[in-house]
Each structure stands twice: as C-alpha cells, then as structure tokens.
Design a protein. Structure first.
Length: 287
C-alpha cells in the first residue's frame, strides 16, 4: 500500500520502485541500483577530498534534495494522506553516481507509515517500531510516546544526519566514529542524540558539544553557509518540543535560502578547504 502511494511522487531524491513481485510467501521490490552505496559509503570514499566550494555546494544541494524528498512524502500524496518515513539514517540514504552528476536518494520506505488523518485527529498510538535507535526522536520514549506520532519525527532524524554531514565536512570519518562512540554510555547504549530523565528529554551533552565545535569552526573559517546550517540544526531540528521543531516545508525553505546565499557568495565557502588544526574532545577517541 505504501509503495503504491509513493509511486505517485516524482522526486529525484526519492527512491523509485520499478516493480514488485511475489515468490512463494515472499514479496520483493525492484529498485534502481545505488552504484555508490549509501551516504556512509560516500563519506568514506571522499574522506580525503578537499573541502572546496564545489564539495560544499554539492553537499548543501543534496541536503536540500533530501529535505525536498521528505517534504514530498509529508505533503504531496494528496487528499488526507499523511506519510512519514520513520527510519531516516545514513544507511537509508543512497548514493547514485552517474554521467549527469552524483546525487543522494531517500530509500528504505518499508517502515513508512501512511495515515488518512492528521496526527491530532488520530486516537491511537504509533505501532511502528522497526527503526534505528540512534536516530530516533525523543518522542519515542517521552510521556506522549503512546500518542500518534507526528511527521516531524522525521525532522529530528534528518537533523541527526545533517549534523553528521557537517562534522564530516569540517573533519573526517574518524571524527564521526569518535562522535558516535563518545555518545554511547551505560544509559545511552545506542548513542541516541538525546538523553532522558523521567518523562523529560534533552539533547545530549555530547551532541551540544559537537554542535558548538562545528559552529565555532564555521565562524573561524568565515563559512557563513555552514554556520547557518548548524544554527538551523541546533535551533529548529534537534529540538525536543514538537511545537518548536520545523516541519518539512519550513526545513526545505530554510535550506534553499542557505544554498542560495552560498551560491551568491562563494567566497564564504573557500576557507573550509583548510580543516581545523586541532580537534575538540568530542571528536577524539575516548580515554
């Protein structure tokens, strides 16, 4: 049912489904081959690439494309259909390489949830649970976890991915790996981007440190575009309050403005080619 509805969307950054078939009791979905792997594979493959304006602009373009894909899922199915992806993470963002340019695609829509009523009109909780804990939004465990889950759940998860993207742009895969390990502890074994205390939640200390580290690096290198990106992540995406968190349309519009500003002012991107000489503790191996 989900795949048939999603088929109606025409978005380059949303996976296409070529065909479905059944063999015995198993069902299969045929999709284009992601010849570059996923987003994590892209980061590894380009880990040593210079952080020049071309790479920064491409990255911002892909972030906007991902936001547009999520906006399409959330708002473009028509009628009273409301869909969220439910498991956004680097492994579910595919990397396509081609003659017409490389691009990223949101995939793995198997846990996507379609509702025929807005969140406020549904009287039952969310049952979908086949998700990745590290990228789950805090509403999963808060007191309203038994209430219907809003589409802004995806915005938190995408915020996690965009923060990792920004960390990679300023540093490398080692910084990302250390960031993940430093988030993990006895009370946060999966390395979630938030911590809980009773019925309350907040962005974890490690995530706050990472945000400030990347923001400072952006300021030091006069990279207005990436500083604006980090501000967006901190103030509108990785936000526990559902009322304060951006929806997909707001995210798309803000990323578009950040990209447009970067394209019109390329000197603001040049200095990123020089990576920070020292690394904040959050991006170093735990002692």
């Amino acid at each position: 049912m989900n795949l048939r509805k999603i088929q109606s969307l025409d978005n380059r950054h949303l996976i296409k489904h070529i065909a479905t078939c059944q063999r015995d009791s198993s069902y299969y979905v045929v999709m284009p081959l992601a010849n570059g792997g996923d987003l994590s594979d892209y980061w590894k493959l380009h880990n040593e690439a210079p952080r020049d304006p071309e790479l920064i602009l491409w990255s911002l373009q892909q972030m906007l494309g991902l936001a547009e894909a999520i906006r399409a899922l959330h708002h473009d199915l028509g009628g009273d259909i409301h869909l969220r992806h439910g498991d956004l993470k680097p492994g579910n963002i595919l990397y396509f390489k081609g003659d017409e340019g490389d691009f990223l695609v949101v995939a793995d829509l198997g846990v996507s949830k379609v509702h025929e009523q807005p969140t406020g009109k549904r009287d039952c909780g969310t049952t979908t649970r086949a998700t990745t804990e590290a990228y789950e939004a805090p509403e999963v465990v808060l007191e309203h976890a038994k209430q219907p889950r809003a589409r802004t759940y995806d915005i938190w998860s995408l915020g996690c991915v965009l923060l990792e993207f920004a960390i990679w742009l300023f540093y490398d895969m080692d910084a990302l790996d250390n960031f993940k390990k430093n988030r993990q502890n006895a009370s946060n074994k999966e390395g979630s981007f938030y911590i809980t205390a009773g019925v309350k939640a907040d962005v974890s200390t490690e995530v706050s440190e990472a945000i400030e580290a990347v923001r400072e690096a952006a300021r030091n290198q006069s990279c207005n575009a990436l500083e604006s990106l980090v501000d967006l992540i901190a103030n509108k995406l990785l936000v526990v309050s559902l009322d304060a968190r951006f929806n997909a349309q707001q995210l798309r519009d803000t990323l578009q403005k950040i990209l447009q500003d970067a394209e019109q002012n390329p000197p603001h991107l040049v200095n990123v080619s020089e990576r920070p000489e020292s690394r904040p503790k959050i991006f170093l191996p735990r002692l």
